[in-house]
Ligand binder design. Structure first.
Ligand SMILES: C=C1C[C@]23C[C@H]1CC[C@H]2[C@]1(C)CCC[C@@](C)(C(=O)O)[C@H]1[C@@H]3C(=O)O
Ligand SMILES: O=C(O)CCC(=O)C(=O)O
Ligand SMILES: [Fe+2]
Length: 361
């Protein structure tokens, strides 16, 4: 274990060779309950057909049922080139196989979500996730390629080509998100079918690359503990190893990897935007002793200072507002400073937000 600017950073490539798990990475028994043997039976939506206008009502109904109960579904024929997804996975080694010193030099800084992290030891002292992550921000800006610039600025000119792979990947996911927001509006019965698509047009996103090394004690560790994403919509691609689980019908259920599918999670902010009708998805990632696993989570967020408020027609149909007005920057600050994301983040945030003046949150 090393220190970077006074914070702890674990070298997981070293730790994975040791027989015992450091206590910081052990999880309590109640969080380690094994997944049910059955795999999750989640809707698989053909986005090309939906965009073409075929079976729209059927797709919307499937999504509505899944999102009202647990906030999870998958999409296929999403339009992201299989070769781009493959390149994004292949290029990850260029980051995760960097020498530890180099990883330390690109470490996530306090207050920022961008950069490298090994086990999140800079944020938490116990129940650490058995994973390495590399994250960066993406938003549309006509004058610059923001991802390429980030790669060049933190990793150097040699990383320009790889930066372009992730720039293109983010652009492709943003395009997919427009169709998904239309599908969500239709599923919720919102009058303006483009309401969410327009709302997120100037939003920003975070692409998080996750790498879960093999773990000699998979029964005591978790790659990512049980949590709901505080963001709005997560578009995830996982490799063939498997490990993602969703809590449905009071049990953990595994999501079988499909190379051709993108996994969609509702996050806390979208739960608020849907006036609580759609549930934020409770999920986790387990680890194994044999194979390294990789995934990409594209977290979509509203523009930082934009008010998070459900559409009027949805509120009048429901009769009242479920959550108070807030902004993504308020919730982000809460999760970074005061609360470790779990399945109660939004409730706890709103409670604190209502009782504390905004400036002191
Ligand atoms: C705003 C953010 C906080 C987290 C990174 C981005 C998007 C999602 C968040 C996260 C993935 C939610 C679960 C807990 C967390 C600590 C994690 O396990 O990685 C999260 C983020 C973080 O602060 O790193
Ligand atoms: O790796 C996965 O499958 C899940 C990752 C995740 O939940 C996250 O990064 O928020
Ligand atoms: Fe997540």
């Amino acid at each position: 274990m090393e220190h970077k600017d006074g914070v702890k950073v674990f070298d997981l490539s070293k730790l994975q060779k040791q027989p015992n798990l450091p206590t910081e990475f052990t999880w309590p028994q109640e969080d380690l309950v094994n997944a049910n043997q059955e795999e999750l039976d989640a809707p698989l939506i053909d986005l090309e057909r939906f965009a073409r206008g075929d079976d729209r009502a059927k797709a919307a109904k499937l999504v509505r049922t899944a999102c009202m109960s647990h906030g999870f579904f998958q999409v296929i024929n999403h339009g992201v080139d299989a070769s781009l997804i493959q390149a994004a996975h292949e290029e990850l080694d260029a980051i995760f196989k960097l020498p530890f010193d180099k990883k330390l030099s690109i470490h996530r800084k306090p207050g920022s979500v961008a950069g490298y992290s090994g086990g999140h030891a800079h944020r938490f002292a116990s129940k650490l996730p058995w994973k390495e992550t590399f994250s960066f921000i993406y938003h549309e800006n006509s004058s610059e390629a923001i991802v390429v610039d980030y790669f060049k600025s933190v990793l150097g000119q040699d990383f320009e080509r790889i930066g372009w792979v992730y720039q293109k990947y983010c652009e492709a996911l943003k395009k997919v998100s427009r169709v998904i927001f239309e599908l969500l509006a239709l599923s919720l019965g919102v009058e303006d079918g483009l309401h969410y698509q327009k709302y997120f047009e100037d939003g920003s996103s975070i692409l998080r690359c996750n790498c879960y090394p093999p773990c000699n004690n998979p029964g005591q560790a978790l790659g990512t503990g049980p949590h709901c994403d505080p963001t709005s919509l997560t578009i995830l691609h996982q490799d063939q190893v498997g490990g993602l689980e969703v809590f449905v019908d009071e049990k953990w259920q595994a999501v079988r990897p499909r190379t051709d599918a993108l996994v969609i999670n509702i996050g806390d902010t979208f739960m608020a935007l849907s006036n609580g009708n759609f549930k934020s998805c409770l999920h986790r990632a387990v680890v194994n002793s044999e194979t390294e696993r990789k995934s990409f989570a594209f977290f979509m967020c509203p523009k930082e200072d934009k008010v998070v408020r459900p559409p009027e027609d949805l509120v009048s149909r429901d009769g009242s507002r479920k959550y108070t007005d807030f902004t993504w920057s308020d919730l982000l600050e809460f999760t970074q400073k005061h609360y470790r994301a779990d399945n109660g983040t939004l409730q706890s945030f709103v409670k604190r937000f209502v009782s504390h003046p905004k400036t002191s949150i």
